[in-house]
Design a protein around this ligand. Structure first.
Ligand code: NAD
Length: 371
């Protein structure tokens, strides 16, 4: 089998998840390549070395600039905070590598434009890791919508709620700094919902928006008396209009106690409705207007006929969060083999960023903004 050498930049949360995906994909799926976990990259040598041993990377490096220039590397997998996406992606594209990048694509729309231009100019395959598209239940929702089972779509209702910063003593980590993260709940959470909305419903044309920061100062470090300014949103709300006439709402917050990672959507069409909740990842709720029943039914999306499920376990043996990333790298490997652009790619990331940019503008102007 052909080998494909992977280099991954960043070794913490997504680094752990992506390492697992690269390691597992060939153990369950027939893929065109054997991904070789060649080199992991971080800034702290001891920590990067530890991560290399723990996750099974052959080598480690503390210079992404050197890694992207290496002739033996085929794919650059970017798992860093948003402020490092642009230089690494542009460097990787310039060196002719496949670029696989965590979401959101960039910290600003202008950066997203530059990154899209770089992958186009250098004609390199690129993909963005909006992994929830590849939860089998979400992929099944896409199939049902494409088959016309819920008819013409009227409503999209998406929310992504977490509660990890409710305590005002929680420190000013990178996700709360605009210079590092670009935005708060908007880029971190709403961007996922925007991707699902674009995937399942279509392009968003206009938005109303409301960004809110509830806690404006936080300890610079855990336990510190010194406070720093929070310059990103804690919560992001928006109303959206789609090109196809559907309307929707997108809400995200990190200040919603009791919600750990509750990423939900409901879609209502002329013939029925669909609903999904990430905290019940194996299930899809479906209601079909057939005059015979009056409620949603729960589809257990674990049959071998369901998207991605033939590679896993017998029906009812549920899968989880990590599998959505394994499915994502699977489709990236297939796309590289076919020399086709996978989705979502940098263009999707740029379109997503346009929606976020419009939500920010709408929040400032208190009026509807065109995407
Ligand atoms: N797809 C998803 O569901 C999902 C979930 C969480 C995070 N993310 C995205 O993944 C990215 C990383 O988030 P995370 O949660 O893994 O963050 P993290 O803080 O857990 O890890 C970030 C890693 O990047 C490294 N890093 C930071 N700046 C760097 C630089 N300049 N050069 C080299 N390495 C650098 C850090 O040392 C660390 O290893 C972000 O873009 C985030 O939005 C996506």
């Amino acid at each position: 089998m052909k080998k494909l050498n992977i280099a991954m930049i960043g070794y913490k949360f997504m680094g752990k998840v992506h390492s697992n995906a690269w390691r597992q994909v060939n153990r369950f799926f027939d893929t065109p390549f054997e991904p070789v976990m060649k080199v992991i990259c971080g800034r702290n040598e001891e920590e990067t070395k530890r991560a290399a041993n723990l996750y099974g990377w052959e080598e480690y490096s503390t210079s992404w600039e050197q890694v992207v220039r290496r002739k033996d590397i085929d794919v650059i997998d970017i798992c860093t905070p948003g402020d490092a996406h642009l230089p690494i992606a542009i460097g990787a594209a310039g060196a002719g590598k496949v670029v696989f990048c965590e979401k959101p694509l960039a910290n600003t729309l202008a950066e997203a434009e530059q990154m899209l231009a770089a992958v186009r100019t250098n004609n390199v395959i690129n993909m963005l890791c909006y992994n929830y598209r590849r939860a089998p239940a979400v992929a099944l929702a896409k199939q049902l919508i494409d088959e016309g089972r819920i008819g013409k779509i009227y409503h999209f209702r998406g929310s992504y709620l977490q509660d990890w910063i409710v305590n005002s003593d929680f420190p000013l980590v990178w996700r709360l700094e605009k210079a590092k993260a670009g935005s708060g709940a908007l880029g971190d959470l709403s961007s996922h919902i925007i991707d699902i909305a674009r995937f399942l419903v279509g392009e968003i044309s206009d938005v109303a928006g409301l960004l809110k920061t509830f806690i404006n100062e936080r300890p610079l470090e855990a336990g510190s008396q010194k406070l720093g300014k929070v310059d990103v949103d804690d919560a992001a709300l928006s109303l959206v209009k789609f090109d196809n006439g559907a309307i929707g709402s997108i809400e995200s917050s990190r200040m919603a106690p009791g919600n750990k990672n509750r990423n939900r959507f409901e879609i209502n069409g002329s013939l029925g409705s669909l609903a999904f909740d990430l905290e019940r990842l194996n299930e899809l709720e479906l209601y079909i207007e057939d005059g015979a029943n009056s409620g949603f039914k729960t589809i257990m999306v674990t049959d071998s006929t369901h998207p991605y499920m033939s590679a896993w376990y017998p029906p009812g043996h549920i899968i989880g969060y990590e599998h959505t990333f394994i499915h994502t790298v699977l489709d990236l490997l297939k796309a590289i083999d076919e020399q086709k652009l996978p989705t979502p790619n940098f263009e999707d990331g740029w379109r997503n960023q346009k929606v976020m940019d419009a939500i920010e503008r709408a929040s400032q102007s208190s009026s509807w903004e065109t995407v």
